[in-house]
Design a protein. Structure first.
Ligand code: DGT
Ligand code: CA
Ligand code: CA
Ligand code: ZN
Length: 592
């Protein structure tokens, strides 16, 4: 048996539907599509359903008939599906790539394959550039242009990497460079330094210690040689005297530039970006009679330019009459204007968190015990955590029912006493990640919720309700006076699942009225809420929490990505409730 997720099964059914449509088969494609949709919004795992009742239970899933049930059975049993393999052989094209091109559907993809042998994006672009698509019946010049545009867009949005997933490798490379004896400074600039959710490529800057120009040249050559020969390098685009560029085995591109000590700050500022921030900053410089580029800040005196600054970023901002702007908010969304008026908010700091309000244990789908999670939280410098295991509706995660959650309280008490006896100042709180059911009611009764220290609620099913229904569902859930936090409010998974459709402004408004906290889930591919919504909360005075959503002891490590997202959303300590002492947290919650 193979544990395949609902999402994966739905994906496969959708693929079959598209392949069938290519074959000009009627009705069947629609049946597969319907089954895919049904399985996507199913709250129970198909895998569990099958284990409980076999083929018969599969057939009871709405939209799933006998033929489709059998295919699901084959998938679960063998991990493969012959029917799909056969269909794929008939039109061996890269559907995933081609379908992201706006305007291309199953029928047109089939035609492009049959008439021009187009199998993927590269083939498609070649054909379009050779003007072959314009000549195909049913396409024409206009759609050829559209296709070229869409290819460009697809290239831009794909091939990006999730910050938290590549950071360990990126930092390893950075440290490795720093350890070279020739290197003085090494730093990753670009979107990585701005802590964007996804990273296109890495832009590394280094300076050398050697001041003598001739000697320095040799040192730089050594650094460049070292860089292009790193074990992770797959391909070398450029191996130059001041710049090299490589592709790593995982597909990530990395640029390395050597800059002079005197220009380090200017280069760091330029290559950190964003481009929009750079452009606006340069205009400020011009207005004040300077010129700013990656080499420094220059004053125009007559026809000459005099070097004024460039060694550090700080001195550049200072001479331009501004506060230092943290990289995370350099997006030209108002930070420059405020920095000129000395009115930037003081952002939450990377060591400001005192607690974590969402922690899973092996009582549900976490890997470690309450005590193990607690000891780990202590190591990460926290003062309190809330144990928030899933509830019974989420049966895949072995969610807790009334009875088990009450047993868990005894365990929490026990560990709390143990810590106290060891003289450790730490508090474990009783909480829950209570499932929001389809109609907005909650998976645990009020008489249980009342007794918890902190109640978190979240959505794990029916992701595709329409905006009105989904918004009302959440409003109903957070209107329960026992509810303190809404976890991962938009349910997005970066590069995998779109946000659920909600009226975020309305939810922020209700959260503000009811004193409900909205979460920033720090999981690298969640970062939910995202920065734009965080900023709305900050403006509306809604409190936020930054939680690890830890499922194992080392996961507290990812809190930093939540903090980064909070900073990108302009949040300060006053906005982030788990940067407060436990006393203050409870004072806030009591006022609800
Ligand atoms: P990415 O790699 O797509 O995640 O985003 P970035 O921001 O790292 O962009 P990248 O790698 O193309 O360029 C690095 C930095 O260099 C960018 O943040 C700002 C600067 N930069 C690049 N192109 C331009 C430009 O045309 N004008 C200005 N002013 N700055 C630029
Ligand atoms: Ca970059
Ligand atoms: Ca770059
Ligand atoms: Zn969850």
């Amino acid at each position: 048996m193979k544990e395949i997720s609902n999402q994966e099964i739905a994906q496969i059914l959708k693929e079959i539907s598209i392949l069938l449509e290519m074959q000009d088969i009627e009705f069947k494609p629609r049946a597969y599509e319907k089954a895919a949709l049904a399985i996507e919004s199913l709250s129970e795992n198909v895998f569990d359903i099958y284990q409980k009742g076999g083929l018969k239970f599969l057939e009871e899933i709405p939209g799933v008939g006998k033929a489709i049930a059998q295919k699901i059975e084959e998938l679960l049993k063998t991990g493969k599906l012959k029917y799909l393999e056969d269909l794929k052989k008939q039109t061996p094209v890269n559907l995933k790539e081609l379908l992201q091109i706006e305007g291309l559907g199953p029928k047109s993809i089939k035609k492009l394959y049959q008439k021009l042998g187009i199998k993927n994006l590269v083939d498609l672009e070649k054909a379009a550039r050779k003007n072959l698509i314009a000549q195909l019946e049913g396409f024409g010049e206009k759609s050829q242009q559209k296709i070229l545009k869409a290819i460009e867009f697809a290239r831009k949005s794909s091939g990006r990497f999730i910050l938290g997933f590549i950071a360990p490798l990126a930092e390893k490379i950075e440290h490795r460079l720093l350890e070279l004896k020739e290197v003085d400074k090494a730093i990753i600039a670009g979107s990585f330094r701005r802590r964007k959710e996804t990273i296109g490529d890495l832009d590394i800057l280094v300076t050398v210690k050697e001041k003598n120009l001739n000697k320095a040249k040799k040192h730089i050559k050594k650094i460049m040689d070292f860089f292009v020969k790193m074990p992770e390098v797959q391909y070398v685009y450029a191996h130059g005297e001041t710049k090299s560029a490589v592709k790593l085995l995982n597909g990530l591109d990395v640029d390395l530039r050597v800059v002079s000590q005197d220009s380090y700050g200017a280069a760091l500022n330029y290559f950190t970006g964003s481009k929009e921030h750079n452009v606006a900053l340069r205009q400020i410089a011009l207005k004040k009679g300077y010129k700013l580029n990656e080499y420094g800040l220059f004053k125009k005196i007559g026809s000459k330019e005099k070097f004024i600054a460039g060694k550090t970023e700080e001195e550049i901002y200072e001479i331009l009459g501004m506060q230092y702007i943290p990289p995370e908010i350099r997006e030209n969304t108002g930070e420059i204007e405020l920095a000129l008026k000395n009115k930037l908010p003081k952002l939450i700091d990377y060591n400001d968190l005192l607690g974590d309000l969402q922690v899973q244990t092996n009582w549900s789908d976490g890997s470690a015990s309450i005590e193990e999670m607690t000891r780990s939280a202590l190591k990460f410098g926290l003062k309190y955590i809330v144990i928030t295991d899933h509830t019974k509706h989420l049966s895949v995660a072995n969610g807790l029912d009334e009875e088990r959650i009450q047993k868990q309280w005894q365990e929490i008490e026990k560990v709390n006493l143990k810590l106290k006896s060891e003289g450790i100042d730490f508090k474990i709180l009783k909480g829950t990640e209570c499932d929001i059911l389809r109609d907005g009611s909650l998976d645990l009764p009020d008489k249980i919720l009342e007794k918890l220290d902190i109640v978190g609620v979240s959505i794990h099913s029916y992701f595709n309700l329409n905006k009105k229904e989904q918004t009302n569902r959440i409003i109903k859930a957070i209107s329960n006076p026992n509810v303190d936090i809404l976890f991962h409010p938009t349910c997005r998974i970066i590069q995998k699942r779109e946000e659920i459709q909600i009226d975020i402004d309305k939810i922020i408004e209700i959260a503000q009225k009811k004193g409900v906290i909205l979460e920033i889930d720090a999981y690298p591919d969640r970062l939910d809420l995202k920065n734009e919504y965080i900023r709305k909360c900050v403006e509306a005075g809604v409190k936020l929490s930054i939680d690890s959503d830890a499922h194992s002891p080392e996961h507290f490590n990812i809190l930093k990505y939540g903090i980064a997202e909070a900073r990108r959303g302009w949040a300060s300590k006053k906005d982030i409730i788990n940067a407060w002492s436990l006393e203050n947290v409870f004072d806030f919650l009591k006022k609800k």
